[in-house]
Ligand binder design. Structure first.
Ligand SMILES: [Mg+2]
Ligand SMILES: [Zn+2]
Length: 200
């Protein structure tokens, strides 16, 4: 009896079970592609993490839509403009399409930390935009990120935060606040997707 309850607690912690997944939300930098301290400012600087594009395609093949929520303060910092961001997202989409994957919605915040917007993660504006454009509630929707602000944004809309160790992830894992202590952690997007598909 006691063993059962412990087991169910453990599995609950790993990934929320039971609900059919329709959508997975991803952070971009450090999850889909390598992050850079100098920001990703052009398609030439955008390099996918091995296995990440194929992992998105696996979700699609299982009937799961994928959306991206990404902070791009490089625009507010004057390092690149909206055209560059769109060109980077064209590159992402075409590289993804080459392996049979597709992203439904890319929501990005181009503001800086002092602009007072409501979309820069950890604020929930980008996830609300995704909810509006996708047309269904995000309760329990997996949101995979490498930074604390991704996980906090997920909590803000009732989504399920999942951490990957790529990008900032290893650092994040060691600095999780109590509220996020039980968040599931995977080596990379590919491993996180495999775990989600196992329970889908
Ligand atoms: Mg990131
Ligand atoms: Zn913003």
């Amino acid at each position: 009896m006691q063993d059962d309850s412990v087991a169910s607690l453990v599995s609950e912690r790993r990934v929320e079970r039971g609900a059919k997944i329709k959508l997975v939300i991803l952070d971009r930098d450090g999850v889909i592609n390598y992050d850079s301290e100098d920001y990703i400012k052009s398609p030439e600087e955008w390099h996918p993490i091995p296995g990440s594009l194929e992992a998105i395609a696996r979700l699609n093949n299982a009937g799961i839509s994928v959306a991206v929520a990404t902070n791009q303060s490089a625009v507010a910092r004057g390092l690149c403009d909206l055209e560059d961001i769109n060109a980077i997202h064209q590159e992402l989409r075409s590289r993804l399409s080459a392996v049979g994957g597709r992203i439904e919605v890319i929501a990005f915040c181009h503001h800086g930390p002092t602009n007072g917007c409501d979309c820069r993660k950890p604020l929930p504006g980008l996830l609300r935009e995704i909810r509006r454009r996708i047309g269904f509630p995000l309760d329990g929707t997996p949101m995979i990120g490498d930074s604390r602000r991704d996980l906090e944004a997920a909590l803000g809309v009732g989504a399920q935060p999942i951490l990957v160790r790529t990008g900032n992830g290893e650092k994040t894992e060691h600095q999780l606040p109590p509220l996020l202590a039980d968040v599931p952690v995977f080596d990379d997007l590919s491993a996180a997707v495999d775990a989600l598909l196992e329970q889908a």
